[in-house]
Write a protein that binds this ligand. Sequence first.
Ligand SMILES: *[C@@H]1O[C@H](CO)[C@@H](O)[C@H](O)[C@H]1NC(C)=O
Ligand SMILES: *[C@@H]1O[C@H](CO)[C@@H](O)[C@H](O)[C@H]1NC(C)=O
Ligand SMILES: *[C@@H]1O[C@H](CO)[C@@H](O)[C@H](O)[C@H]1NC(C)=O
Ligand SMILES: *[C@@H]1O[C@H](CO)[C@@H](O)[C@H](O)[C@H]1NC(C)=O
Ligand SMILES: *[C@@H]1O[C@H](CO)[C@@H](O)[C@H](O)[C@H]1NC(C)=O
Ligand SMILES: *[C@@H]1O[C@H](CO)[C@@H](O)[C@H](O)[C@H]1NC(C)=O
Ligand SMILES: *[C@@H]1O[C@H](CO)[C@@H](O)[C@H](O)[C@H]1NC(C)=O
Ligand SMILES: *[C@@H]1O[C@H](CO)[C@@H](O)[C@H](O)[C@H]1NC(C)=O
Length: 309
Amino acid sequence: MAVLVMLLVLLLTEPGFSQTNDHNNDTNVLIGKFCGRNAVASLPNFIKNRNTTLDDLRMQLLSKRVLYARAQTLNDGDSVYATVQCRNYLSVDQCVDCFDAGVSKLINCTAANGYISFDDCFIRYEDFAEFYNNPYFLMDGSGLQFLLCGNQSTSQPTTFNQLVDGVLSNIRDATPKTSNFYVASTRQNISENATVYATTQCIENINQAICRTCMNTTYDKLTDCFPSTQGSFSDMACFARYSETPFFNDNETMDITNILKGHSSKPVAIVVATVGGAVLCFLLWLLYRLWKKSKKTEQGDSISVLCMR
Ligand SMILES: *[C@@H]1O[C@H](CO)[C@@H](O)[C@H](O)[C@H]1NC(C)=O
Ligand SMILES: *[C@@H]1O[C@H](CO)[C@@H](O)[C@H](O)[C@H]1NC(C)=O
Ligand SMILES: *[C@@H]1O[C@H](CO)[C@@H](O)[C@H](O)[C@H]1NC(C)=O
Ligand SMILES: *[C@@H]1O[C@H](CO)[C@@H](O)[C@H](O)[C@H]1NC(C)=O
Ligand SMILES: *[C@@H]1O[C@H](CO)[C@@H](O)[C@H](O)[C@H]1NC(C)=O
Ligand SMILES: *[C@@H]1O[C@H](CO)[C@@H](O)[C@H](O)[C@H]1NC(C)=O
Ligand SMILES: *[C@@H]1O[C@H](CO)[C@@H](O)[C@H](O)[C@H]1NC(C)=O
Ligand SMILES: *[C@@H]1O[C@H](CO)[C@@H](O)[C@H](O)[C@H]1NC(C)=O
């Protein structure tokens, strides 16, 4: 019995599938910042409300352990509406780091609207509710767009551009079909020793048609970065990035071939976790059976029932 308990403890405390990754802080590059010109009704009130709203966002990220949050502070004439979204390959703590970096850069922006976009996240606030309620209302081409191309050219332009073009056009098509409008993918040309890492993300509460339109824009803009080794593009409704250097772990990579064929897909990590869970269940069941046998009783085994979801 003691051996069984120890085995269980060992199995259950096995370093599991944690969220941490080796993503580096230093790679959180600023893509663009916008400090609007709209005047506020009362600056002290507005700043107070903006602080309250930004604090609310930060608290939501931390307490709900999420990568996307919205908050509003309603106040006659000085209401504030704000949104933050981090890229899905980040941990919540890395997301909060990005949020803090953004707030520190937005804090002296005292206009009624501000927007900042990094490789890792974006933050925006304003004194009107349209974007808050319906983030695609600005998608008429007049919205803010930021494109940032790396300042180094790849040493293998032909192969690399071909790779990037292939992965970008695939994730452009796949992203609107995913449940969370997010893809992380890589592509390799082994014989030429070339690899590209790419990610795309539409704003969470947007609709599929807008995500598709935004992805098309993204593809067109990012391909302008060729032959740079990296590029990032940020639009009102979406974001995309490619790089020769990895910026997410291999186990965050998604197999998008099924999505492109119209099926849903899961990140590799979930598949690994599911398989791991099944193996664990099987071991538990085996141990349970052995234990039962040693007690010479023959009743139904509740653990196997527990594992059959
Ligand atoms: C992915 O791999 C890294 C190490 O390379 C590990 O720390 C992390 O826990 C893994 N994440 C998942 C979701 O499996
Ligand atoms: C990011 O940098 C901040 C400040 O330099 C540090 O406190 C934090 O632990 C870093 N986060 C990660 C994930 O490295
Ligand atoms: C708003 O936040 C900034 C930065 O944290 C701080 O310097 C300022 O005093 C705050 N203003 C108010 C009115 O709370
Ligand atoms: C905010 O501060 C930065 C650097 O401290 C400065 O370059 C920028 O002009 C300031 N912006 C405003 C609107 O005051
Ligand atoms: C290229 O960009 C990096 C930051 O991404 C910067 O440190 C470096 O100075 C830039 N080099 C040139 C030649 O502009
Ligand atoms: C790898 O790159 C070479 C040179 O651009 C190209 O001829 C070849 O078709 C590529 N291989 C694959 C599998 O894409
Ligand atoms: C492949 O590329 C990597 C990184 O670009 C480099 O470190 C490595 O030496 C290359 N390998 C070969 C066989 O060229
Ligand atoms: C996006 O681009 C694809 C491929 O070029 C095209 O088939 C599709 O109609 C475009 N969608 C929108 C909404 O522009």
